[in-house]
Write a protein that binds this ligand. Structure first.
Ligand code: NAD
Length: 281
């Protein structure tokens, strides 16, 4: 029986059924996902969201394992600048869980760049491209490698509003995220004949380690709580700040059958930031 009786009016779910009821929904039941950059921030939040919606998830990251997330999660070390690591992570997902339905290329960095391009260190530029663009392209390549034979699948990437706008003082980062939006459009056109959808999400600033590490350099000695509030205050939407869970919700939508006709799309999750600034593409 799924229920253990405690009293006439209270029952307790027995363990196998606890998971069933604890799921937020079952939108990803039977699906297998691989998420890069999943040890922290948006990637980790999305991994938890996907698991809570019935998916089996492989978390891939250059950082250490974020800890056990239950029997439907596995961790694989992966540096997205190495194509062999990405290829191995995809093969690991297939051998561990049987197939791959969702490839989420989320890993990214924000290298600090100088205010003027005249002072730009090209090594910084190359490193940003290696992770944010080459890593994403290799992820799409190896996701597609195992999805094409099944003639279905979903590829997601994390872009950014900085890839859509000027004025955010990030030569290397902005270029890299424009690259992600560009490759998503291009790959969606190529993959549609295989039944594979390709989309990206463009968040605005969220106080994850990625942003906080950088902003701390600009504002040394300022209290971390105050810095996090400064980042959140970029939001144009009254009473709201962008959180990793907002991106995880967008990823859940795009990964699920609710978005079965959505491909080649850049889902902007920015509380009207780009509209407010009137600088959309
Ligand atoms: P985060 O720092 O919390 O997470 C980034 C993860 O990527 C980390 O776990 C890190 O170890 C991993 N990573 C870095 N280099 C890697 C590599 N070579 N191989 C594998 N993994 C690597 O930051 P986040 O905010 O969750 O960032 C996730 C994505 O969201 C990034 O692509 C970032 O560009 C994008 N993004 C973030 C924001 C923001 O404000 N936080 C806004 C727009 C877009």
């Amino acid at each position: 029986t799924p229920f253990r009786k405690l009293s006439a009016s209270r029952v307790l779910l027995t363990p196998p059924f606890q998971r069933w009821f604890s799921q937020e929904t079952s939108k990803l039941e039977g699906k297998v996902a691989l998420i890069t950059g999943a040890a922290s921030g948006i990637g980790k939040e999305t991994a938890i969201k996907f698991i809570n919606n019935g998916a089996k998830v492989v978390l891939a990251d250059i950082q250490a394992d974020p800890g056990r997330l239950g029997p439907n999660a596995a961790f694989v070390p992966c540096d997205v600048t190495k194509e062999s690591d990405i290829s191995d992570a995809v093969d690991f997902a297939v051998s561990e869980f049987g197939h791959l339905d969702i490839m989420y290329n989320n890993a990214g960095i924000a290298c600090r760049t100088p205010p003027s391009i005249v002072d730009l260190d090209m090594a910084t530029f190359d490193r940003t491209m290696a992770i944010n663009v080459r890593g994403v392209v290799a992820g799409i390549k190896h996701g597609a490698r195992v999805m094409i034979p099944r003639q279905r699948g979903c590829i997601l990437c994390t872009a950014s509003v900085t890839g859509m706008m000027g004025g955010l003082a990030q030569h290397a980062y902005s270029v890299s995220k424009s690259g992600v939006i560009g490759v998503v459009r291009s790959m969606a056109s190529e993959m549609c004949k295989h039944g594979i959808r390709v989309n990206c999400i463009s968040p605005m600033a969220i106080p994850t380690p990625f942003v906080m590490d950088e902003i701390r350099e600009y504002y040394p000695g300022v209290d971390p709580g105050r810095l996090a509030k400064m980042v959140s205050d970029f939001s144009a939407l009254k009473g709201a700040a962008c959180e990793p869970s907002d991106i995880a919700n967008a990823a859940l939508f795009l990964a699920s059958d609710d978005a079965k006709f959505v491909s080649g799309h850049n889902l902007v999750v920015d509380g009207a930031f780009t509209a407010f600034k009137n600088l959309t593409l």
